[in-house]
Write a protein that binds this ligand. Structure first.
Ligand code: NDP
Length: 330
């Protein structure tokens, strides 16, 4: 059986490029007791993978050179020697960037294609959706009538945050990198949008947030986030979800120090990693699925075709090629 895998070939300096990846032929392992053979159908590419390409300590170990890249994926079971899994089942889990993976069944979760389109398991009903749900509701604590600002607003996490903020009755302001993305956000009912590539973010934020900012959901970091500091209200909550504008920098970027703005506003700034909320994932998925089913929550996906295009789809995250969840159809 033909198998291919994508290995981590070299550590990027700055923006990753095709040479940091190597596509090679591979064998398919035999299936031992407790294991399942999965044919990959969809691969999720995610910004956090850039962090794993950097050597050094983080919340997940870095990829070693020569190692197969892993990320969230969906596949079809071709053979199972594990109870609970049968040929034809659709599953999701952290899989190697391979056409075929043989993995322990404990690493897989079955998905029911009758409940929602399968790709939602990588997006709005998967890790990005849960990140939006817990980050906004648990740390952001949005209250009716408050103003919520979201950066990276047209991405997988950001567009879900924007919509949950609206469901909670907040004035919601999204910041994204193109007019088309911002148009999409306004069609979702987002009150005001800012194209950060085409505007003075500080002055546009002042116009869009006449009552100041109560919650800032930060996916991006850098100067764009610095611009929110002068507008913070008393008791504001800043949710540090991601810092994508910094991921490709080789040296730390020091902007204005935020402590004074936090102090005078009794504001909270808190980071989180979605796995902190693992014990509550079922709660999150059930609520997101209920909003999805009732039409209160919408999602977008950008699907690139072809396994060999997985590195390019990943690199494209850093120039904003995706609207909503970036997925590769294998
Ligand atoms: P997205 O779908 O939002 O894709 C990334 C987007 O980031 C791009 O589409 C682009 O949109 C924007 N972007 C890229 N470079 C820059 C830049 N220099 N400045 C401003 N915007 C930029 O990805 P996700 O929804 O998966 O992730 C969003 C953020 O959340 C990331 O920072 C990610 O690391 C983080 N995250 C954190 C988790 C956690 O546990 N804390 C879990 C999951 C994600 P545009 O066109 O608007 O520039």
């Amino acid at each position: 059986m033909e198998n291919k895998e994508i290995r981590f070939a070299s550590r990027p300096s700055g923006l990753p490029n095709a040479e940091n990846f190597q596509i090679v032929d591979a064998d398919v392992s035999s299936v031992n007791e407790g294991e399942v053979h999965v044919r990959t159908t969809y691969i999720s590419v995610d910004p956090y993978l850039r962090g794993r390409m950097r050597a050094g300590k983080s919340y997940v170990p870095p990829f070693e050179i020569g190692e197969v890249i892993t990320s969230g994926a969906i596949g079809e079971v071709l053979e199972s020697r594990a109870p609970g899994f049968e040929k034809g089942d659709l599953v999701t889990g952290m899989l190697g960037w391979r056409l075929h993976n043989v993995v322990k069944s404990a690493e897989l979760r079955k998905i029911d294609p009758r409940l929602a389109p399968v790709t939602t398991a990588l997006g709005v009903l998967g890790m990005p959706g849960l990140t939006a749900y817990f980050g906004l509701l648990d740390i952001g604590q949005p209250k009716e009538g408050e103003t919520v600002v979201v950066s990276g607003a047209a991405g997988a996490v950001g567009m879900t945050v924007c919509q949950i903020a609206k469901l909670k009755g907040c004035r919601t302001v999204g910041i994204a990198g193109s007019d088309e993305k911002n148009q999409y956000l306004r069609e979702l009912g987002i009150d005001a949008t800012i194209n950060y590539k085409d505007a003075d973010v500080a002055s546009r934020l002042r116009e869009a947030c006449p009552q100041g900012i109560d919650v800032y959901f930060d996916n991006v970091g850098g100067p764009l986030s610095d611009a929110t500091l002068p507008l913070l209200n008393h008791g504001a909550r800043i949710v540090i979800c991601g810092q994508i504008s910094l991921y490709n920098l080789d040296k730390p970027d020091l902007g204005p120090r935020p402590q004074a703005a936090l102090l005078v506003n009794s504001a909270l700034m808190k980071g989180f990693i979605i796995t902190d909320y693992a014990p509550r994932f079922v709660e999150g998925v059930m609520q997101l699925a209920q909003w999805l089913g009732s039409g209160k929550l919408k999602y977008a996906e950008t699907i690139v075709e072809g396994f060999e295009n997985t590195p390019a789809a990943f690199i494209g995250l850093f120039s904003g090629e995706n609207l909503g969840k970036q997925i590769v159809k294998v």
